[in-house]
Structure formats: C-alpha cells, structure tokens
Design a protein around this ligand. Structure first.
Ligand SMILES: C[S@@+](CC[C@H](N)C(=O)[O-])C[C@H]1O[C@@H](n2cnc3c(N)ncnc32)[C@H](O)[C@@H]1O
Length: 268
C-alpha cells in the first residue's frame, strides 16, 4: 500500500499535496498506485482505457501537451465556441463562478490535461485547500506536474493518472468537481457523471464545459460526420442538464455558445 514515505521519495515538492490526497483514495487505489517518474500517482499503468478516436489519441501523444495551453486549447476553443464566445480568461472565470470556490475547499479536476484549470483552482482554495487533477494521459500529466512545481503550487495541487469513468476516490470526498473540454471524449460519459456525483459532498458544485449540438439540419449533419471521424460526442442541447438533474443536482445553469455549453449545478 502506498504511504506518505513513498510519495516523498517521488518528489519532495509534491509530497504534501499527494500526502493529503491519499486518504481520499479508495483502498484498492492506494494498494495498486505507483508513483510515476513524472511525479504523479499512476493508478492504471498499462491498462489505459481504450481510445475513443483521433481526438483522444492526440491527447496521449507527445506533441499536443507541449503546445496545448498556449496554442491548441485557445485556438480550438475559439473555433467551437464561436467568434463571440468566451475566451480562455472568461472560461477560467466561468469555472470559478460555477464552482463557487472558497479557501480550504477540496476540488477534483477531471481530465485536467496540463493542469491549466487545476492551478487556477489551487490559487482560489489557498494553502488549506487541496486540488486533485486526474487524467489518463502520461504526457499531459508530466507537463501538469512540472508546470505546477514551477508555479510553486505543489503543496496544494496533486495529480493522479486514472480513468474518469472509474474515479478512484471515496464517496463524498470533494466540495467541487470540474470537467472542462473532456466529457465528449469519454467512452461512457454518463458513467463518468455518476462517479463525479458520487465523489461530491452533498451541496457540492459541479462545472462542465462540453459539446452541444447545433439546431440547424445542415449543421447537425456535419456534426454527425465529425463525431464519427473524431470520436468526439456531440451532446443534445438539454442532455447534460437533464443528466445532472436526474442525478440530484439543483439550481442547474447552462450557457450555450457555438457548438459548446457550460453547465453548472449544486448537489441537493
Ligand atoms: C481537451 S483536454 C482538457 C484539459 C483541460 N480540462 C482543459 O479544459 O483545457 C481533454 C483531456 O481529457 C483527457 N481524457 C480523455 N479521456 C479520459 C478519461 N477516460 N479519463 C480521464 N481523462 C481523460 C485527455 O487525456 C485530455 O488530457
């Protein structure tokens, strides 16, 4: 079983955030987890979930993580959010608003990528808070750990390699869960929502940024073709809100922009 000493051996700077994250892990995750050379806790080893398509493959390769935050995410985001949609700084603001973070909160950033939002949340929750970023991509996580060390936030942000559909945390472990730009990549997004709901404390908040189908017929036809080619799912405009309400979320909010949507809610 993984203990604080093993974590410390993997990187002194990361020790305290990972130490504090360990009690949130399910016992089997603590038993099977290995500290990766990249400085994150690897819970899946060679058993990564099957790729859902090209979009997913790019995320686990070497190239995209190196340009992800600066070029890839802002440019692709602009295309799908539309010319008048929110920019990256607005996205960060929307996430913080939907999550309503306070100092001391525990936050889970599902499919955290290079940790661009994880670090932002780490600043909001302060030294008494804890943010855990989880992702399947080794290259994304290696970058996330390095950038988080450089930002001197390793005392409050830890990274775990795991599958969103099998979130390896105990129930009611987090005050807030974020899943931005990823739900449409998952093989089983509804199962991932089940797990996100389970790990939230009652009254906890969720924030999601994902795809939303257009209204017009020609656009919907284009989307269906793109969906098959990329492996990215296009959600119906009310699908995610309904899925959250079915799972007990209240005060749901939605903003649709271009082919995307921001959705938030509070677990009743
Ligand atoms: C477009 S990035 C989003 C990163 C960040 N949340 C953002 O908004 O910029 C999508 C991420 O989802 C991750 N991902 C895809 N499928 C996953 C799964 N089943 N479990 C965990 N992460 C997954 C990819 O590795 C990638 O890092």
């Amino acid at each position: 079983m993984l203990g604080a000493a093993d974590v410390a051996a993997g990187g002194a700077q990361l020790a305290s955030a990972l130490d504090r994250a360990l009690p949130l892990l399910a016992p089997e995750a603590r038993r099977d987890g290995r500290l990766a050379a990249g400085g994150y806790l690897d819970l899946i080893g060679a058993q990564a979930p099957e790729s859902t398509g090209v979009a997913q493959d790019l995320m686990v390769g070497r190239f995209v993580p190196t340009i992800y935050e600066r070029w890839w995410r802002p440019a692709l985001g602009r295309v799908v959010k539309g010319v008048f949609g929110p920019g990256m700084a607005d996205e960060h603001r929307i996430a913080r608003l939907l999550l309503g973070l306070s100092p001391g909160d525990g936050v889970l950033d599902v499919a955290c990528g290079t940790g661009n939002f994880t670090r932002d949340f780490a600043r909001s929750v302060g030294a008494d808070g804890l943010v855990v970023g989880i992702d399947v991509s080794e290259t994304m996580l290696t970058r996330a750990v390095a950038d988080t060390r450089a930002a001197q936030l390793s005392d409050r942000a830890a990274f775990v390699r795991g599958d969103a559909a099998e979130l390896p945390f105990l129930d009611s472990s987090f005050d807030a869960v974020c899943c931005f730009a990823a739900l449409h990549l998952f093989a089983d997004p509804m199962r991932a929502l089940d797990r996100m709901t389970a790990v939230l404390t009652p009254g906890g908040r969720i924030a999601i940024f994902t795809s939303a189908r257009g209204r017009s017929m020609p656009l919907r036809t284009f989307e269906s073709v793109a969906e098959v080619r990329s492996g990215m799912r296009m959600f119906e405009r009310d699908e995610v809100v309904k899925a959250l309400e079915k799972r007990g979320f209240e005060d749901t909010q939605q903003r649709i922009t271009g082919l995307t949507q921001f959705v938030g809610g509070r677990l009743g």
